[in-house]
Design a protein around this ligand. Structure first.
Ligand code: IPE
Ligand code: IPE
Ligand code: MG
Length: 267
């Protein structure tokens, strides 16, 4: 397959099920929006006697496998946390590596994502982020814009609080320009002002690496998400871990604040 955007570093295309593993039959509807904190790369690398950056390299295989598994399972929206607004605190060398590496990932894999019917969108803020990374994100967005199988939000220089701040700023500008009345602001107005307005609320929030915290991911969107924490370090994660998380999701009772009176009949 040739395409005007095909990059010389692009890897050969693989079918979705290149591992030969098929998803299980799920007990319910597949979560519409899955958000993943891909955590544990550095610890994995250090445990192998390698520098942290090697964990990021291997972590990409886990990401591609998980994306393929999400498409196989029928997930329509997937958000992956690749670089947070707090990750600038890391050593200059690691930050520099991650910036260059995100570009490399986009170059090498955008044709693959395109071939799987994935629409790539960027969620994050512009200040501080390398212009070259933003340019590559835009190329991936343009290349994949007509795809409808799954939307993949690449969350780079993303922070949940900043996302809300940026939405507030946009709304304040609308108020100042007379386009928006403060009394007309609702939850919907805010949701429409987030980075990817077309993305629905998160149904399933997964974090690898054993920590049980959000680290500022999808704060607004995850108000009623089911949380699944997986001890696997990100390079050890695969589509099977994703499917197991979907299984756990199906065992949850989502009440959204409501209640059903089910008196036990055993007496
Ligand atoms: C997550 O892995 C990837 C990024 C934040 C870019 P970490 O780099 O946080 O790995 P740990 O948590 O230190 O093991
Ligand atoms: C969250 O992981 C950010 C990403 C996975 C990109 P961190 O490793 O940055 O989170 P903390 O520091 O453990 O909270
Ligand atoms: Mg971490």
């Amino acid at each position: 397959m040739t395409h005007p955007y095909t990059h010389p570093d692009a890897e050969p295309l693989k079918p979705l099920n290149w591992t030969g593993i098929e998803p299980p039959v799920f007990a319910g509807a597949v979560p519409n929006h899955v958000a993943i904190v891909m955590d544990g790369n550095g610890r994995w690398a250090n445990s192998q006697g390698l520098p942290r950056t090697e964990g990021h390299r291997i972590g990409v295989d886990a990401m591609l496998d998980t994306i393929a598994g999400a498409v196989q399972a029928g997930v329509r929206n997937l958000s992956v946390y690749a670089f947070s607004t707090e990750n600038w605190k890391r050593s200059p060398a690691e930050v520099r590596f991650l910036m260059g590496f995100n570009r490399e990932v986009l170059h090498k894999h955008r044709d693959q994502l395109n071939a799987w019917g994935v629409r790539v969108v960027w969620a994050g803020r512009q200040p501080k982020l390398w212009g070259s990374v933003i340019k590559d994100l835009r190329v991936a967005e343009e290349l994949t814009k007509d795809n409808t199988t799954m939307t993949l939000a690449m969350c780079i220089n993303y922070g949940g609080r900043w996302e809300i701040v940026d939405a507030m700023r946009r709304m304040a500008e609308d108020v100042q320009a007379g386009r928006l009345k403060p009394s007309a602001i609702t939850e919907k107005t805010i949701a429409r002002s987030l980075y990817v307005p077309s993305m629905p609320d998160v149904d399933l929030f997964i974090r690898s690496g054993g920590e049980q915290r959000t680290s500022n991911f999808m704060l607004w969107e995850s108000a009623y998400a089911e949380m699944v924490f997986d001890d696997a370090l990100w390079p050890e994660f695969s589509r099977v871990n994703l499917w197991n998380a979907i299984r756990a999701f199906h065992s949850r009772d989502r009440r959204y604040g409501g209640a059903i009176d089910r008196a036990s009949s055993s007496s």
